[in-house]
Design a protein around this ligand. Structure first.
Ligand code: ZN
Length: 152
């Protein structure tokens, strides 16, 4: 047996799988409100008061099952909690590198959302920087209805 026998056998292939994803009641309200009204909706746990952005159905600390009626508007402004610059392209990421990802905690929320930062040079970004969303004019009902966040 030679060393070549230890190399993995690889087959290059391309798989296309069509699918639809149901965002759930809370996720659907989030995307519809963003698309139709340009507002960012979080969900507030009525039991412990934690405000989730992005919204979710189950509260982590108290396991309360939140409803659409528990949703509250947050932001639109927020602060940068952390950030990084991406230097490579990935087929699933619809933005050309280099670009900046940031975790942004919107005003009124207790958790942060990951999104793009734009209209700013990387050297000028800092943790705690106040930012505001830039919305698409023709919104489709997905997270890219927020083009990016930019400094206030
Ligand atoms: Zn809770």
């Amino acid at each position: 047996m030679t060393d070549n026998a230890l190399w993995p056998f690889e087959v290059e292939q391309h798989i296309t799988a069509m699918s639809k994803y149901y965002a759930g009641k809370i996720g659907s309200r989030f995307y519809i409100t963003l698309r139709d009204e340009g507002k960012i909706m979080a969900v507030k746990c009525p039991r412990c008061g934690k405000v989730y952005m992005p919204p979710r159905e189950t509260c982590g600390p108290c396991f309360y099952n939140m409803k659409v009626d528990d949703m509250v508007e947050v932001g639109p402004e927020g602060v940068v909690e952390t950030f990084t610059q991406v230097h490579y392209n990935e087929p699933v990421i619809p933005r050309e590198a280099p670009f900046v990802y940031a975790v942004i905690k919107l005003d009124g929320a207790d958790t942060g959302i990951t999104h793009y930062l734009g209209d700013v040079d990387y050297e000028n970004i800092s943790i705690g920087m106040k930012v505001t969303p830039v919305l698409e004019n023709e919104r489709q009902g997905n997270i890219l209805d927020i083009k990016h966040f930019k400094p206030v």
